[in-house]
Design a protein around this ligand. Structure first.
Ligand code: G6P
Length: 613
């Protein structure tokens, strides 16, 4: 939700900011802007993508070695040039970029209007920079102190960077609820700062993650951090473990396609060192101190949003099936506002690719305050949810840049399966034989995913037939029900076709009324315990002339005689089938979206990291 980047040092800042913004564009792409200190303060901003900002700035060729940049996902005020960041103070001396929401902005704005401030935009962010300006005037203090004092009065979430024409050799950054990473240049004479490490990684791997309620003062040779209460803290330097190639497209047209095809490897990475099939054992290194709490938990609550919530549903089926612990899966946004019953001793699994989703973070904090133990399942190392959890397991999928989540889903399911199996073993709810069967099968999943990916050309052919459909229905039962939801979500996210996922048996309670010869129905009908039932559901669709695309197990001879199109996936254990059956659905949505001329990596209105409620 908005990407921010800043730099101070000796390099030409404009191209560096543009490159950084392109890396952060997955966080929002409604508008983009930069502010550069170069004797004066030059601000350029434009509605649209970063490339549109580049075209707009082309002739100006801004110079300077200190600057900030922003790519926006609109919250307050529509996406237009005026609402684009950076925003400036009344006198034009200060500029700010902001990710987050200032909740009390309208009261602050009213006060500032009374004092004669004139606003150029409808944003909450512009109010903050005017407020800082006002405080600096009132207290006659330096900029850092003005920022600090202003933030003590602000309610809401923010990651900000502020620069000033009057102090051209410094950047001031602060965070609460929205992430900020500071990169320390190799020769210690430059600093990078960004919403995540992707704009930084090609310059340095030494980083400091700013904590909530901290303010950083960056000059060319020095980084000083203090709390918002004015107490200095020592920066904790960490070494980033990320390869530049992992954030580039590597020959693929889109990140989404690259990430779909990376799954054999990302799944291997998710289980590396954890799945010890020969020893019939699972170990999750990140869960040890609180392992017993999880084993003894009377109940597990899983929270997440979007695709992570779907992975949570798969986990519910697995954990209840093998470990026999009652599980509830909650939309984080609903959970946090509905006065849920949370008992001491409950275990909460918070699933989040980005580790920054505001609703998931808030739900986690709520559960924590009621005495629950929190286990984070995140992709981004050092992210807010990972840090706020008691313990957890990273999914190690590598950076996921396509806005529609693909490889994070399968890596989440792998880690959650391992968690379920680990619990089952400790609780003795699974026999050694069953455990060994599933672990050996899990080990074979990456090669089976490779095989499933071989249907790509066939799926492209099917996509061409259905690309103009206005609605899609996705049906699945048991472990494949969450996959039906995920398939429908993928399609609507990137192709803007209305799609619904349903448990196949529920179809007769409503969606069946929608079925006619125009309606494509994707049925996930792999060989499992509900195979015969789903065959009946297919017949119900066909009797109403629906067009059926069936995802079947390799070698199925029955379903191909009944349906319009079949896509095969290899056989596996029922519990692990989501890892295979989701692959053709990811590819189907990718090809349909591409054929409809949609921007697959940056679908309209969406953002990868949703740091607002
Ligand atoms: C956004 C993304 C989805 C993602 C969801 C949850 O809506 O577009 O792809 O599934 O947020 O994100 P998280 O980072 O918490 O998994």
């Amino acid at each position: 939700m908005c990407g921010i980047v800043g730099y101070i040092g000796n390099r030409k800042v404009y191209p560096l900011l543009i490159k950084g913004l392109k890396r952060l564009e997955y966080r929002g792409y409604d508008s983009a802007g930069v502010a550069i200190l170069n004797g004066g303060l030059e601000v350029f901003k434009k509605q649209g993508k970063v490339s549109e900002l580049e075209d707009f700035v082309a002739a100006a060729k801004p110079h300077g070695t200190v600057g900030i940049g922003h790519t926006r996902w609109a919250t307050h005020g529509e996406p237009n040039d005026a609402n684009a960041h950076p925003h400036q103070s009344s006198n034009g001396d200060l500029a700010i970029i902001h990710n987050g929401i200032i909740e009390n902005y309208s009261a602050l704005k009213q006060d500032l209007l009374n004092k004669g401030h004139v606003f150029q935009s409808e944003t909450d962010s512009e109010v903050l920079i005017h407020f800082i300006e006002e405080i600096q005037k009132m207290h006659d203090c330096d900029l850092e102190e003005a920022v600090r004092l202003a933030l003590t009065k602000v309610v809401g979430a923010y990651a900000i960077i502020v620069i000033s024409k009057q102090d051209p050799h410094q950047l001031i950054a602060a965070r609460k609820g929205s992430p900020l990473v500071i990169g320390i240049g190799k020769d210690k004479n430059e600093f990078f700062i960004a919403s995540d490490a992707t704009p930084i990684i090609e310059y340095t791997n030494e980083v400091v993650y700013l904590n909530d309620n901290e303010i950083a003062l960056l000059t060319q040779n020095e980084l000083k951090i203090k709390s918002i209460e004015d107490v200095p803290t020592t920066p904790y330097i960490q070494i980033l473990d990320m390869e530049l190639q992992s954030i580039e497209k590597g020959g693929y047209d889109y990140f989404m396609l690259k990430e779909i095809f990376e799954q054999p490897n990302s799944i291997r990475d998710a289980m590396r060192g954890r799945l010890l099939a020969r020893k019939n054992h699972v170990q999750l290194g990140g869960i040890h101190k609180y392992l017993q709490n999880l084993i003894d938990a009377p109940r597990i609550i899983i929270i997440g949003c979007g695709t992570s919530w779907h992975a949570g549903l798969v986990a519910e089926y697995i954990i209840e099936d093998v470990a026999r612990i009652p599980v509830e899966v909650e939309y984080a946004s609903e959970f946090r506002y509905r006065n849920p019953v949370i008992n001491k001793g409950d275990a909460v699994i918070a699933i989040s690719q980005s580790g920054e989703t505001a609703d998931t973070l808030a739900a986690l904090e709520l559960a924590k305050s009621h005495g629950a133990t929190i286990y984070g399942v995140c992709n981004v190392v050092g992210s807010s949810i990972a840090r706020a959890s008691h313990e957890g397991a990273y999914i190690h999928a590598g950076p996921e840049i396509g806005v529609a989540s693909t490889k994070a889903f399968t890596a989440q399911v792998v880690v959650l399966s391992l968690m379920g199996l680990m619990l089952a073993k400790h609780r003795k709810t699974i026999s050694e034989h069953q455990l060994s069967e599933i672990l050996l099968e899990l080990e074979r999943i990456p090669e089976k995913v490779e095989k499933a990916l071989k249907s790509n050309a066939q799926i492209e052919y099917i996509a061409d037939i259905f690309k103009d459909a206005r609605n899609f229905l996705y049906l699945g039962r048991g472990y494949n029900f969450p996959v039906a939801l995920e398939g429908a979500l993928k399609l609507k996210e990137i192709s803007y076709i209305h799609a619904e996922g349903y448990p196949a048996a529920e179809m007769k309670h409503g969606p069946i009324a929608l079925i006619d010869e125009e309606m494509p129905v994707v049925v996930i009908a792999t060989r499992d315990s509900s195979y015969d039932k789903i065959v009946s559901n297919i017949q119900e669709v066909k009797a109403r002339k629906g067009k059926v695309i069936a995802i079947v197990s390799e070698g199925d001879t029955l379903i191909p005689t009944m349906v319009d199109h079949v896509i095969e996936v290899p056989m596996t254990h029922e519990m692990l089938m989501p890892l295979l059956s989701v692959i053709p659905l990811q590819l189907l949505s990718y090809h349909i979206a591409l054929m409809r001329g949609c921007n697959v990596d940056q679908p309209r209105n969406l953002a990868k990291s949703v740091t607002v409620e």
